[in-house]
Design a protein around this ligand. Structure first.
Ligand code: LMR
Length: 395
């Protein structure tokens, strides 16, 4: 029988290293093990609780939801419009902005990649390092990827000049990927001056900013975390914003997010949304409803919204406390690490080698990805000393 194999011809695929780390950590039976790996928020007891506002919304939905019938590839329009009010500023939510609900921020990025890739002459510019999955998302749709160095772990500094000159060399119509705040994996913040410089280049060169907004509220403040993004969006002719509710609402496994387009006319953004819906239908058909229903129920009610905003603020201040304590200790071993205090969100990228990371895991039971990214929210305050000593000896 003639054979043209299916399975044997497939490429070997390694498991996603970050997700593989979750399994590795779970199978370690040492009681003192510490997980600084995957980016989930943990409280002072090391738990990732369901937020009180989310519980309240779920209770409300349990009592009132009367159907599980289909909604559609665009998802719930009430969720999309309530979320838009939180992400964009006054004057930006007009007929020139529209969006769809997506299964998490990842699907929002994937839909964005699909519409960007429609023009096969377009490239996307990505600063390195970045979230490990960004490359795969854009490469899968065949979008040309151009990289520039964004951050130097040794000096803990953003390479502003390299970033701006990369944008200067981009072609009109190219996309640039920007992290709205809480840069993953570095935590490095971009100053207001640099956001303005990016905005100026975007406007002058006709670039398309694509924002990954996955940690709003866990950086400097809920509104502050999108100020830089607003500066750039105001200057851009057209733009895309991918929003994740995983971290901001602690809804990780519910896969809740949205993709927004900003354009020159209501007709253009409607075309953008129709193309999002087309690609959604061709892959997952429709987004799962529950997480978005929860978010909409939180945002639509002033009391629940306040509960959520307050809880988010206390999550933010716990991360900030860990960041300060860790910086105080690590900077004694390596003065450049004083800069970690000025970073934001869950992550920082420490100058550790893969051998250092294996040593930390095998000898101390401290887990982090090979990049040296640490999830500060994985640390309990009483562990900071022990972890700093273990890391400090390797710096
Ligand atoms: C992370 O970077 O750890 C998170 O965004 C989780 C993920 O899906 O990779």
């Amino acid at each position: 029988m003639p054979t043209r194999t299916l399975l044997a011809a497939l490429p070997d695929q390694k498991p996603d290293p970050l997700l593989a780390l979750i399994k590795k950590f779970a199978s370690d039976d040492r009681p003192g093990k510490i997980d600084l790996g995957v980016g989930v928020y943990r409280n002072a007891e090391g738990k990732t609780p369901v937020m009180a506002a989310v519980k309240s919304a779920e209770h409300h939905l349990w009592e009132t939801q009367d159907s599980k019938s289909y909604i559609g590839p665009e998802g719930d329009p009430t969720f999309v419009s309530l979320l838009a009010q939180e992400v964009f500023c006054d004057g930006m939510v007009t007929e020139n902005l529209a969006g769809v609900q997506t299964p998490g921020g990842t699907a929002a990025l994937r839909l964005s990649a699909e519409i960007l890739a429609h023009d096969n002459d377009r490239s996307i510019w990505i600063g390195t390092p970045t979230w490990a999955n960004h490359n795969a998302i854009f490469a899968t749709v065949g979008l040309g990827i151009k990289t520039y160095r964004f951050f130097d772990p040794q000096t803990q500094a953003v390479r502003v000049d390299e970033m701006l000159s990369a944008f200067e060399s981009a072609k009109c119509g190219d996309a640039i990927l920007l992290h709205a705040s809480c840069h993953n994996p570095t935590g490095a913040a971009i100053s207001a001056e640099v956001w303005s410089a990016i905005a100026e280049i975007v406007a002058r060169k006709g670039l398309i900013p694509l924002f990954d907004n996955a940690y709003q509220g866990l950086g400097r403040g809920f509104a502050q975390d999108v100020e830089g993004m607003h500066t750039v969006l105001k200057a851009a002719d057209e733009a895309i914003v991918a929003v994740s509710c995983s971290k901001s609402f602690s809804l990780y496994r519910e896969r809740t997010g949205a993709a927004f387009v900003l354009g020159n006319s209501a007709t253009d953004v409607a075309r953008g949304v129709a193309n999002f819906a087309y690609h959604a239908r061709a892959s997952y058909s429709m987004p799962p409803a529950h997480g978005a229903a929860v978010v909409a129920t939180v945002l639509a009610d002033a009391g629940r919204r306040k509960l959520w905003i307050d809880e988010l603020a206390s999550m933010r201040s716990r991360i900030f406390e860990i960041r300060t304590e860790l910086t105080n200790r690590l900077s004694a071993y390596m003065p450049q690490l004083a800069a970690v205090a000025d970073q934001e969100g869950m992550f920082s990228l420490l100058p550790l080698t893969p051998e250092n990371i294996t040593h930390l895991r095998e000898v101390h039971g401290i887990y982090m990805p090979d990049s040296g990214r640490v999830n500060l929210a994985g640390l309990r305050i009483e562990q900071v000393d022990q972890v700093s000593r273990a890391i400090g000896q390797l710096l």
